[in-house]
Design a protein around this ligand. Sequence first.
Ligand SMILES: Cc1cc2nc3c(=O)[nH]c(=O)nc-3n(C[C@H](O)[C@H](O)[C@H](O)COP(=O)(O)OP(=O)(O)OC[C@H]3O[C@@H](n4cnc5c(N)ncnc54)[C@H](O)[C@@H]3O)c2cc1C
Length: 497
Amino acid sequence: MQYDVIIIGGGMGGLTAGALLVRWGLRVLLLEQGERTGGYVTSFKRSGFTFDATGAFLGGCEEGEEFYTILEQTDALRHLSFLPIETSRNIYPDFTLDLNLQGGFEAYISGVKGLFPQEQRGLEQYFSLIRKIGEEINRFEGRTWWHTILFPFFFWHLIRYQRASLGAILDQYFRSAGIKQVLATLPAHLPPSRLSLLFTATLITKVLAQRVWYPRGGMGAIPQALERAFVEGGGKVRLKTVVERIEVKGGRVQGVITKEGDFFSAQRVVAAINIRRALHDLLPEAYRRRVSGVVRGLEYSLSSFLVYLGVKIDLDRRAYPYFTYISPGDAEVEYEQLRKGEMPDDPSMIITIPTLLDSSLAPGGHHIVRIMTPAPSAFRNEWGWHDRSRYRTIKDEMAQRLIRLVEVRYMPVLSERIKVIEAATPFTLERYTANEKGATYGLAPTPGQIGVGRPANKTPLRGLYLAGHYTRPAHGIVGAALSGRFVADTIMEEQRK
Ligand SMILES: Cc1cc2nc3c(=O)[nH]c(=O)nc-3n(C[C@H](O)[C@H](O)[C@H](O)COP(=O)(O)OP(=O)(O)OC[C@H]3O[C@@H](n4cnc5c(N)ncnc54)[C@H](O)[C@@H]3O)c2cc1C
């Protein structure tokens, strides 16, 4: 059968592109190598517990916001409901900060100001800058020809801060190390000196300063809803199907060939997978040069190590919020160690307890406690994965180490109460999703890999498009979904022409 569009990869980028394109009347085939769609955004079950494999929260879920609008347009919204995440707790070596995640920008600002009254002036200037950048990003997304003609006038901050790191701006406005630690606590696996200021502003204005959500039923509910909407709209999904080649003839994409040797024909292919695999491994050699510039010099984000625990415990909800971040102090030192392939003795950790939001995820009287920490894929010769028993040992040792750290710093009785334990290494993340080196967020959000510095959604090869967290606009559940939206918009625009 001839399709209008073939999508490789059923993560958030691929699913969103597919679900939108079928709604707009195109014949779409989605090929996914795994046993289910979702990519990183998935849940798995063990002994009555439903664990989230990776994600912990998302923004943009209220009417009029970006993710909500995508869900509405794809018709996936009716299969989903979101639970508000009320607070987060950030524990630093010398102080703790509880943030109200339901109060919008003002609550975020006042939470930070309350802890650092002496930094009042710097905070006002910093948040005013973040707000202005956020406004320009919104304007850029809805820009008209008028904005484009008068670009420097409408986008002065975007131009000025395109290459700025968060660290440089924090050093300009603040003196105390504490406030810099707080303002650099962001889901990016990068220290302030390497993190893009524009990305930071996007994250604060679009996620932290909006309300933050968790899907009822666990993270896997999101891809399930999108897949359902895609299929109901007429889309075809083939699971357990690895695409091994993108066929190109006369400079134009013709379709894809799977590992089993099946050929599927379409003049447009969306690769919503690891970018090097898409633009190098899958392309015929003669065409690789045409796109080699897109992948040259790209930097992946660090990977992660996760421990999933099913515990029999009675938790005091006032003592334990859903989301807790434990900071080691100096993010720059931690990052340098991770870059060398070492795991720090005292790593930063995110602890989430989703059963506080949705008790149906565990049997009665039980909770889920998940620990996540940044991790290098190179640790101890790639986690010893070439030797099964060595891999098992390294993985178990790391899981036990993190459990002990959480016990000492946060939840004293944890290890006595564990009923189920699972762990994931960077290798696990790569094995399930083919994200090279288990890159947590695809491309690292450095100043050089933001905005126009990020690979475009349309490649120089006719008929080949990119979606997902290696491309524009950004990483994350919503970032990848938006990339799918950008691709769908581009394809529809071309169809109309
Ligand atoms: C530990 C962790 C925690 C995270 N926490 C959050 C969070 O709290 N909030 C948030 O917003 N984001 C979070 N993220 C990031 C977010 O999950 C990702 O940025 C986003 O889901 C990426 O979506 P994607 O579509 O780009 O790719 P992926 O999720 O990687 O999906 C790609 C899909 O393509 C398939 N595939 C690959 N190659 C082939 C092939 N050759 N043929 C067929 N199929 C193929 C894979 O199997 C996979 O299903 C987290 C990520 C990790 C790893």
